[in-house]
Design a protein around this ligand. Structure first.
Ligand SMILES: [Zn+2]
Length: 95
């Protein structure tokens, strides 16, 4: 690993799971976007599989986040960081 000034090292396993679920989500979304061009029963079956893949990856990610000490620590740190920042910085106005 390179020397990074960032305090948060992160959890490699979490990053991996996150990446997997994002890949699964992307292929699901892509397939869903193309569905209007390719009608047929096959595509729905395929979509279900892709959705299942994503949900599985997502569930693994949630399970990991709940059980991993490293992730718990990072979450706590991020939470504190966000809270202090919200005190200092004015909230942007959303339309
Ligand atoms: Zn973790």
């Amino acid at each position: 690993m390179r020397n990074q000034s960032s305090v948060q090292a992160g959890c490699a396993e979490y990053e991996g799971l996150l990446n997997e679920s994002q890949v699964a989500l992307t292929s699901w979304a892509t397939e869903r976007a193309e569905i209007s061009d390719r009608r047929g029963r096959g595509i729905y079956h395929e979509l279900r599989l892709l959705q299942g893949n994503f949900l599985k990856a997502w569930a693994l990610l949630q399970d990991h986040k709940r059980d991993c000490e490293m992730c718990q620590l990072i979450l706590t740190m991020e939470h504190r960081y966000t809270e202090t920042h919200e005190d200092q910085v004015q909230r942007p106005i959303y339309h």
